[in-house]
Design a protein around this ligand. Structure first.
Ligand code: F6R
Length: 263
């Protein structure tokens, strides 16, 4: 069954709680749970809620294998903004995951193509991703698949969009020149193979991209719009990120009337 569930919450903290509930529910049903991790600011509240759930015994991180979406090319692994460090800090330590089961692409590898191919092999060997947490870029990217990315793409080297470099300069003390130009990222097809997706977005800066993802035509101009073809995508938004949706009334009505036998 193909379903995109759209849940609008009052604020970013509630977005995190709802997303964490969905992730917990999906992983609890899997004997060898595999989690897909996004970095950036959007999923921070989700990781905080998952950390609370782990502390309260509602989420078991002990058997979880995890794969991160992307990494900058050329940033030393111990740089505070390398996704190696960010994943360690924001996810592994907070949730209590086993570091040896957490995979992050190595943007310093001497053979980047082989690194991408090997990452795909590791994902396959783990049995694929059960639930992928995603944010969305203001330009509609998922992972670092910028507008124009092939919908059939797999893990590979990409050039970051100027807008993404401007947006991410805030993590580099506002110095755009310090933001790497290239990255490694799971492809759109790689992401689409996750059995479930939980995408979180908050803030007015995401409203246009969110509307294009859900209601725009599906195409490479908005990589997140590929999710319209995903069998099980849950989109959790705050009011500001949902502000551009034309059919909001229907999404709320569908949510309020979806018995568990229907979805
Ligand atoms: C991060 C990633 C990106 C971000 C997106 C939103 O691993 O893949 O797609 O999710 O750029 O970033 P924030 O959440 O910082 O607005």
């Amino acid at each position: 069954m193909f379903v995109m569930e759209i849940l609008v919450m009052p604020d970013p903290a509630a977005v995190g709680e709802e997303a964490a509930r969905a992730v917990t529910r999906i992983l609890a049903a899997r004997p060898r749970p595999v989690l897909g991790i996004a970095t950036g600011s959007s999923p921070i509240a989700t990781y905080e809620s998952l950390a609370r759930a782990a502390a309260e015994g509602e989420f078991d991180p002990s058997a979880v294998t995890a794969f991160a979406l992307d990494e900058y090319v050329g940033l030393p692994l111990d740089h505070p903004e390398s996704y190696h460090r960010v994943v360690q800090r924001d996810v592994v330590e907070k949730l209590g995951l086993s570091p040896e089961r957490v995979h992050v692409l190595d943007g310093t590898a001497s053979d980047l193509k082989e690194e991408c191919a090997d990452f795909e092999r590791r994902m396959q060997a783990a049995g694929g991703v059960d639930v992928q947490i995603l944010g969305i870029g203001a330009n509609g990217h998922i992972g670092f698949n910028e507008p124009g990315s092939s919908l059939g793409s797999r893990t590979r080297i990409k050039t970051l969009a100027p807008q993404t470099r401007r947006d991410n300069a805030r993590f580099f003390g506002g110095r755009i020149g310090d933001v790497p130009i290239h990255c490694l990222t799971q492809g759109i097809q790689t992401i689409m193979e996750a059995r479930s997706i939980v995408l979180v977005a908050h803030g007015a800066g995401k409203a246009e991209a969110v509307a294009a993802m859900i209601e725009g035509p599906s195409g490479a101009h908005c990589p997140a719009s590929a999710l319209q073809w995903h069998p099980r995508a849950i989109v959790v938004l705050d009011e500001e990120a949902a502000a551009g949706l034309k059919h909001r009334e229907y999404y709320d009505f569908a949510r309020d009337n979806s018995g568990s036998s229907l979805v």
